[in-house]
Design a protein around this ligand. Sequence first.
Ligand code: GYE
Length: 311
Amino acid sequence: IAALTACLASSVSAKTLTVGFSQIGSESGWRAAETTVTKQQAEKRGITLKFADAQQKQENQIKAIRGFIAQGVDAILVAPVVATGWDAVLKEAKEEKIPVILLDREIDAPKDLYLTAVTSDTVYEGKVAGEWLAKDVGSKDCKVVELQGTTGSSPAINRKKGFEQGIAGHTNIKIVRSQTGDFTRTKGKEVMESFIKAEGGGKDICAVYAHNDDMAVGAIQAIKEAGLKPGTDIKVVSVDSIPDIFQAMAKGEANATVELTPNMAGPAFDALEAYLKDKKEPPKWIQTESKLYTQADDPQKVYEAKKGLGY
Ligand code: GYE
């Protein structure tokens, strides 16, 4: 009997966890890396990961989460595409006692509807980008165009707000145009083309601030096609720190990027395992680091180092 009890106990504690992951899609290089790293982290820990790609649609995410609840998963990870509209489905998960962890984006919902959120400080990222620009242009007049992320997403809202804080008090710097590029390269290029057209060929634009590197890479292409030099005629500052932006920085075509880690799943699984095994309540926000890189930081070397980190 003792042997049987011990055997049962160990098989219970060693029970492999099944976790559902509702991912937004693959709009950016950063997100593709996040997906890769999440799968690696699950495998390393012996967690069975059920992966659902929502193709940027909240309704697909809600469907996927309902599916995970129906399958009786042990926990759910969700990278919420937009900030609002989650209460109902999160209540359903709560009723079934399935912990939900938010990855990389925040939501507007009561905090008891999720276990924790693993994100970077996206307001701070915008602020760092704005402060970098303010320092770089000094007292010169500077017309900025802004490529926003997905409308209604927390990083788009916060990176806009943070940038405005970063340039506050610098009356020589003005955001003259601001529009969504949906965090994608294609839309970033398209919207930058329209900005250049609207601003008389782009000669008066001093900088582009993009809420992610992919849109910046698209913008760089548009600047070149307009016969201007990205990085010099038009400064380029963005967020994510994907390998491609370091290549652009090495060529002098981009100026600064704020890094966030694609490994949000590692801290999420750590918190989940501690919660399920030892009933340890994590803090409501697990913040990942942010770091500014400029052309002075040996971009070629950073580019080499980034490969293999999910990119
Ligand atoms: O910066 C961007 C992505 O939610 C923080 O989403 C994330 C953002 C990331 O598509 O590239």
